[in-house]
Design a protein around this ligand. Structure first.
Ligand code: F0G
Length: 452
């Protein structure tokens, strides 16, 4: 059978409120053209993020009822712990409320507060915005070491998330003392949800060993990465995602995981640390702001849902459908003449806004223009990943259509395709924006815009 169906049926539904273009225009103006400021009820298809926005399974909802809310050592914690140990091979596990809590704790331990972090450098294939912000908050510098291929949206390649090992070797040779850790993000969200190969992870591991540096994974989408390895890396096709995931984690000294992606939950995170002394320090910091080490700012029921989600995400039927359904969107846009990051990522399709609107310069935020137009035209909410989000660090001007897990059907995606193609058809009408108000290191959440 050629058709890959959604490997689930729907048990509970949530209404989508149908709005008109006039209504959406008003909402857009009232939100100062920032899609983060628009009420979710005014969005028809919400592709702002795949983070915490997916549907849980009936098993997970059953787990929610089973949640043990004891303050310390709850049954739910032990089930969570056993699952995370089994799928990652790590013994030392801390639950956190989401990925950025893991980031804050880890970087505080390894970098310290300014001025301790000043002058230090944390390399990554490409930092996600919160990772970068947490590193900079410690006074350190976050550098992206993608390969040339990884920075080119239109070139095809199986592992465009790979870290440039030559550049890492150069950095470590020149400034070894300033680099406290190396991070690799799997899959690499910033350049299009692109995977990292096992071969690349091994090469980074070798360099870290040579220079005595710990290697941490930013592993929010570890299962999607493993599926790409199975599909694309020579010699990996016959292996299970579970085995590949174990291999990926075995190469690392630790990992930060936002469980809101491949944990298939609405909230949750994990911090893994092999070194016992570092783990103990992280536990102390966790207690300071997140809660006790057996719940990490979560309810027992959240731990229960995470344990089940981490198991379900490794199901091959799920992963096949997941990656294929995102590719379906990518292929339809490409066939319609829309330039996107190629190949499609595991969790999202990224429109190349610079190619979509060559008449809008980066300083006038072409990605913002496309995202605003998609909302106004069809009620589709996407996310700018370009100069608004990353300022001068933006490697490309992208608009991300992130697909929540197990949430939208193929007809929703067909509708999205139609909206994008219609906006593309009249793309020369789109105008750029200027920022009239902004604040903080993550300005994209709150900034206000005005059409140029
Ligand atoms: N690392 C990566 C690669 C991410 O994509 C995210 C979140 C985080 C860390 C932080 O995790 O949100 O649980 O604190 N990405 C979401 C997104 C927000 O839309 O891509 P968090």
């Amino acid at each position: 059978m050629k058709t890959i169906i959604e490997p689930f049926r729907i048990k509970s539904v949530e209404p989508i409120r149908i709005t008109t273009a006039e209504q959406r225009h008003r909402h857009l103006v009232e939100a100062s053209y920032n899609l983060f400021r628009i009420a979710a009820r005014h969005v028809m298809i919400d592709l702002l993020t795949d983070s915490g926005t997916g549907a849980m399974s009936s098993e997970q909802w059953a787990g929610i009822m089973r949640g043990d809310e004891s303050y310390a050592g709850a049954d739910s914690y032990h089930r969570f712990l056993a699952t995370v140990r089994r799928i990652t091979g790590f013994d030392n596990v801390l639950p956190t409320h989401q990925g950025r809590a893991s980031e804050r704790i880890l970087f505080q331990v390894l970098l310290g507060s300014p001025p301790a972090g000043c002058g230090r450098i944390v390399p990554n294939n490409a930092h996600f915005d919160t990772t970068r912000a947490n590193i900079e908050h410690c006074g350190a510098e976050a550098v992206d070491l993608l390969t040339d291929l990884g920075r080119c949206p239109t070139e095809e390649g199986p592992f465009k998330g790979n870290l440039d090992v030559t550049a890492l070797e150069r950095l470590l040779t020149e400034r070894a003392d300033d680099v406290p850790l190396v991070v690799v993000t799997v899959t690499c969200n910033t350049n299009g949800g692109q995977p990292v190969s096992l071969e690349n992870l091994r090469a980074v591991r070798d360099l870290c060993d040579r220079f005595g540096k710990p290697l941490y994974l930013d592993a929010a989408r570890f299962a999607e990465n493993a599926w790409f390895i199975k599909q694309r890396e020579p010699g990996q096709g016959a292996r299970s995602p579970r085995d590949i995931v174990l291999d990926m984690f075995s190469l690392a000294d630790g990992a930060m995981i936002s469980a809101k992606k491949d944990g298939l939950v609405n909230i949750g995170g994990v911090l893994l640390i092999r070194d016992p002394a570092t783990f103990a320090e992280a536990g102390d910091l966790l207690i300071l702001t997140e809660g006790f080490v057996t719940y990490g700012g979560l309810a027992g029921r959240d731990l229960e849902a995470m344990a089940i989600g981490f198991t379900e995400v490794l199901d091959e039927d799920y992963l096949r459908y997941r990656v294929r359904s995102v590719a379906y969107l990518g292929e339809k846009l490409l066939a319609g003449g829309v330039s996107t990051v190629r190949p499609p990522g595991g969790h999202a399709v990224y429109i190349d806004a610079a190619a979509f609107c060559p008449h809008i310069p980066p300083a006038q935020f072409p990605g913002q223009a496309v995202a605003a137009a998609l909302y106004e035209h069809g009620g589709v909410r996407a996310c700018e990943i370009g100069s608004v989000m990353m300022g001068e660090h933006a490697p490309m001007e992208l608009v991300r259509l992130a697909i929540p897990r197990r949430t939208y059907t193929q007809s929703h995606i067909d509708y999205v395709v139609e909206v994008v193609l219609e906006v593309h058809h009249r793309r020369t009408d789109l105008r750029g924006f200027r920022i009239v108000e902004q604040a903080g290191s993550l300005r994209h959440f709150t900034a206000r815009f005005e059409p140029v």
